[in-house]
Design a protein around this ligand. Structure first.
Ligand code: GLN
Length: 477
């Protein structure tokens, strides 16, 4: 079976038309995982029993001649920060090593209700904190394009699995770039929806005001199909928005001719690798040839985005991670004598270095005496960054930028330098802070054959436009 060209529609219609079965598709993917994942490391847990049950259900529907739902029989992977009933969910952390959730994340439930077959749980940086997947407490993920390089993070397993044809699509999460950056490093499409578009119910929280769930896929159309599946109000998440849901797939085909695309000099400055710059500039040229008008815009507060993000994200993380106390969640230190020793040792043994660093940073930023200087100040700058985008979107329909300043770096290259790792998030954190949607679509390769990503940012709840631009680019390229 040729798994490379298997998109959602191809997989679903093959099952519908009885050219194959959902069971055979799942098994072909498990065989591929068996063959490839030993060296890549994209999966943390396989959910075979659940997958085969679902595949069987879909096959019976097809055999009875019933119309399959949009993801009928499609093998998918779920980042291990999303709860799956009866299937171990670790968030890439030792502290949740044995955690088996009693409920499903809404996005996962919606994928399954639409017929998806969940193959397993994808490796990621611990609690989604990282840009290289090296912070997974289990094992790193390697980039399928070059095994000496990182796949990006924190949704590294989700990106690598799609790139290596071990799943047709996957779900990832993006707090500061964790869908878009690994998508760009692995040469796949990654979509971060508007904040509130997709329910966060059942997503293990990192930074609640910044966390988003979204797809990693082989094509823009597949990303649109998944978004249509998981989007929409959920009573279980009060921040999920009750706004109209366009048909993202139908919108894809509309022409981009006459559309105004913004280019901001702040996204093409110092630190941007030359090959990435060239690839993104030629992608912008291509969009111009498709009839888009390129307009200069200014996002003047961009230089403050990294410190703002790393204050707000760590502050929220320090509060969210307080719940891992060894009492209600799985890991508890043994042989302790007092309650406070139990808390201390459970957390000390359960959390990795990066998570501890962030809990400390965030606790400091929130502490009495420093709150105004750090956390409150960061919130004000967040408003300024959002206003930058509001202002720019008065003039343009979407903004095009590089997704990441470089292509995939080598394992170990930045792991001892957290600041260098943080600074590489410069083009992605702004959209999370502003709550706007963004997509990364492949736009060529470096001379070492490493993928490069073009990022397209849109207005709040206007995923339709960025999907349309991404689709037009993908078709033309
Ligand atoms: N790399 C960023 C961080 O480490 C983003 C992570 C994410 O989006 N989950 O916080």
């Amino acid at each position: 079976m040729d798994l490379k060209s298997l998109t959602i529609d191809a997989a679903r219609s093959a099952v519908q038309e009885r050219k194959t079965t959902a069971l055979a598709l799942a098994e072909a993917h498990y065989a591929r995982i068996q063959q490839e994942d030993g060296q890549i490391g994209a999966f943390l847990t396989l959910s075979k029993e659940r997958a085969l049950e679902q595949a069987d259900r879909i096959d019976r529907m097809a055999a009875e001649g019933k119309t399959l739902p949009p993801l009928g029989g499609v093998p998918v992977g779920i980042k291990d920060v999303m709860s799956t009933r009866g299937v171990r969910t670790t968030a890439g952390s030792r502290i949740l090593e044995k955690y088996i959730p009693p409920f499903d994340c809404t996005a996962v439930a919606r994928m399954e209700a639409a017929g998806a077959v969940v193959l397993g749980k994808m490796n990621c940086d611990e609690f989604a904190m990282g840009s290289s997947n090296e912070n997974s407490a289990y094992h790193p993920v390697r980039n399928p394009r070059d095994l000496s390089r990182v796949p990006g993070g924190s949704s590294g397993g989700s990106a690598a699995a799609v790139a290596a044809d071990m799943a047709v699509v996957t779900l990832g999460s993006d707090t500061g770039g964790s869908i878009r950056q690994p998508a760009s490093f692995c040469g796949v499409v990654g979509l971060m929806p508007t904040y509130g578009r997709v329910s966060r119910y059942g997503l293990i929280a990192f930074a609640s005001s910044l966390d988003h769930i979204g797809p990693l896929a082989k094509t823009v159309k597949d990303a649109a199909i998944v978004l249509r599946t998981i989007a929409g109000r959920d009573p279980m998440d009060s921040t999920s928005a009750d706004v109209p849901l366009p048909d993202f797939v139908a919108e894809l085909g509309k022409p981009v001719h006459g559309m105004k695309l913004g280019v901001a000099k702040e996204y093409f400055g110092e630190g941007l690798d030359d090959e990435v710059r060239q690839a993104v500039e030629s992608a912008i040229d291509k969009l111009k040839k498709l009839g888009c008008e390129i307009v200069q815009v200014s996002l003047p507060h961009t230089p403050y985005a990294i410190p703002t993000y790393y204050l707000i994200a760590t502050a929220e993380a320090s509060a969210n991670l307080a719940r891992y106390d060894g009492v209600r969640y799985s890991r508890r230190a043994r042989g302790v004598k007092t309650l406070s020793e139990m808390y201390r040792r459970s957390r000390d043994e359960g959390f990795g270095a990066e998570v501890k660093r962030r809990i400390m940073l965030g606790t400091y930023a929130l502490s009495a005496g420093y709150y105004d200087a750090y956390y409150l100040k960061a919130q004000k700058v967040r408003t300024l960054l959002t206003r930058d985008f509001d202002e720019a979107f008065r003039k343009v329909d979407a903004i095009v930028t590089p997704t990441s300043p470089t292509a995939a770096f080598r394992l170990g290259e930045k792991s001892n330098d957290p600041l260098a790792m943080y600074l590489a998030d410069i083009y992605t954190v702004t959209a999370d802070l502003a709550g706007i949607p963004g997509i990364s679509v492949p736009c060529g390769e470096t001379k070492d054959k490493l993928p490069i990503g073009l990022q397209i940012l849109g207005k709040h709840f206007d995923e339709a436009t960025i999907l349309r631009v991404a689709n037009a680019y993908e078709q033309a390229a």
